[in-house]
Design a protein around this ligand. Structure first.
Ligand code: GLP
Length: 240
């Protein structure tokens, strides 16, 4: 794993965006794997700036999002569909038919099969962006998820629902289930860019760097991947 530390979240976001923009310019037909959550929003903001100032075009880019809440309609502002529209898609020249996000309103099991079909048809993912859950989850693959898992329905842990309740009125409004790309679907990407920011991730980051490879800590699978770049900001590293 190639680890780069940055002094601030802003620097992390700029570094991540210039890396992704460069990849898109080198390969205009790139397939990107995208993540939601607070961590990548700064990168998306910078990607939009790069689109405007450098003319980075997404016309031929395909994207796959990691996950979506079960029962969440696209119109709900807490859906990951709405998140992606707000933070990236509506600001760039990407084509709707090539932005794939699991549909939270479809039959969840059927949707998982369909999503895997789409990954087979339009993949593999060239560059997968990932955030890190405080309990080591990637996508919504909670601790204990088999490393061989493909897109599946998960019951969210209380800690993940609590962490994500900051976007909702309260924890009772956070869905109990989600559809997520599985760990094997994620590591099938040719390259992975993991973003780690904030003191809340310090423990998880330490575990990733120094802990064992175990299904109890989903992100640890990344140590087996041949091409992982980690961008971490100072607050995720601070020892105080
Ligand atoms: C969520 C998402 C993940 C994300 C993680 C960390 O549960 N499903 O894809 O990486 O939590 O989120 P944040 O970046 O907000 O800390």
């Amino acid at each position: 794993m190639d680890i780069i530390t940055t002094p601030s979240y802003e620097a992390l976001s700029k570094e991540a965006a210039s890396y992704v923009s460069r990849k898109v310019q080198e390969n205009p037909h790139i397939v990107l794997g995208l993540a939601t959550g607070s961590t990548p929003t700064g990168m998306y903001e910078q990607l939009i700036k790069n689109h405007i100032t450098l003319g980075t075009s997404y016309r031929n880019v395909t994207t796959f999002n990691l996950d979506e809440y079960v029962g969440m309609s696209k119109k709900n502002h807490n859906s990951y569909y709405a998140f992606m529209e707000k933070h990236l898609f509506q600001h760039i020249d990407i084509q709707n038919e090539f932005t794939f996000i699991p549909d939270g309103m479809s039959d969840p099991q059927k949707e998982c099969g369909l999503y895997e079909e789409k990954l087979r048809k339009h993949g593999p993912i060239d560059l997968q962006i990932l955030g890190l859950g405080a309990n080591g989850h990637i996508g919504f693959n909670e601790p204990g998820t088999p490393f061989c898992s493909r897109t599946h329905v998960v019951e969210l842990t209380d800690s993940t629902r609590k962490a994500n309740s900051r976007f909702f009125k309260g924890i009772e409004d956070v869905p109990t289930h989600a559809i997520t790309m599985g760990i094997d679907s994620i590591v099938n990407a040719k390259e992975i860019l993991l973003l780690v920011s904030g003191a809340i991730k310090k423990e998880a980051f330490e575990k990733l760097l120094y802990g064992d490879i175990s299904e109890d800590f989903p992100a640890s699978i990344l140590k087996k991947h041949p091409c992982v770049k980690i961008l971490a900001d100072q607050s995720a590293l601070d020892t105080s």
